[in-house]
Design a protein around this ligand. Structure first.
Ligand code: ADP
Length: 258
């Protein structure tokens, strides 16, 4: 059974004055453990698509299924990582990591054990008592990812999680986030403007058209050098340029929408 399934999905936003048709006829099947990158013109509906998978929004047409069950309301199987880390400055890292667990009324002892284990495993073991202000931007985003993992989601939705960072940090963090997500065996959907990042992290890159947006193509990303190659290393791999050019050309065909 497919892990995530979008069947003939359409979504329109209605305001008093107008209707904005964001998504039309979106069909996609995603397997457990797959990493999908989503690229498309600005304002085409990429974030909207993620919000449909999270259950924060309901499609106007069609349906979204997780493990064969239609998503109705916010799904506990899903976690988000956003452009800004939204860490609370007045809480230390450990207590930041436990915010979600508190809200969801999870077993706090178990959540604390999990949080400390994840910090240790991903190189932040010595920082549990530090405040967010004592960390670099890249470290803060790693903490934001770990905070999401404490709630043990199956699916991670990454909405431009690196775009507020400088280029160098962005490259390093993409490698780290990729390693963590693979290590944890999560299914991931990444929205990005960066074609290199999209190719480097994903098993498949999905290209969307301008509004009303639909999928114009899905590119399977395979490297002979091995699947475990980091996003950075993939940039030097054999087929990288061919993938980049194909996706670039496809995107160029879609004029920017308003
Ligand atoms: P992307 O992530 O691809 O930049 P979005 O999913 O954020 O695009 O938005 C898709 C379209 O829907 C845009 O034209 C945006 O202006 C519109 N939109 C998004 N959210 C709302 C909303 N709450 N009300 C009305 N229109 C919206």
């Amino acid at each position: 059974m497919a892990h995530i399934e979008l069947q003939d999905v359409g979504l329109s936003y209605f305001t008093l004055r107008q209707e904005t048709e964001a998504l039309r006829d979106v069909n996609l099947t995603i397997d457990r453990g797959e990493f999908i990158s989503i690229v498309g013109p600005s304002g085409c509906g990429k974030s909207t698509l993620l919000s449909l998978v999270s259950g924060m929004q309901k499609p106007t047409k069609g349906s979204v299924l997780i493990d064969g069950t239609e998503v109705r309301g916010v799904s506990p199987k899903v976690g988000y990582m956003l452009q800004h880390d939204h860490l609370f400055e007045w809480r230390d890292l450990l207590s930041n990591l436990l915010v979600g667990a508190e809200i969801r009324r999870m077993d706090m002892k178990k959540a604390k054990r999990k949080a400390l284990e994840l910090l240790e495993r991903y190189g932040l073991g010595g920082f549990a008592g530090h405040n967010p202000a004592q960390l670099s931007g890249g470290m803060r985003q790693r903490v934001a990812l770990i905070r999401t993992l404490v709630a043990e989601p199956d699916i991670l939705l990454l909405d431009e999680p690196f775009s507020a960072l400088d280029y160098q940090t962005r490259l390093t963090l993409a490698d780290e986030v990729f390693r963590i997500i693979k290590d944890q065996g999560k299914t991931a959907l990444l929205v990005t403007h960066d074609i290199s990042e999209a190719i480097g992290m994903a098993d498949r890159v999905m290209v969307m058209t301008k509004r009303p947006s639909t999928i114009s193509g899905v590119h399977d990303i395979r490297f002979d050098e091995g699947e475990g190659l980091s996003p950075w290393k993939k940039r030097e791999a054999g087929r990288y340029n061919a993938y980049f050019n194909a996706i670039w050309r496809e995107l160029e065909g879609h004029a920017v929408s308003g």
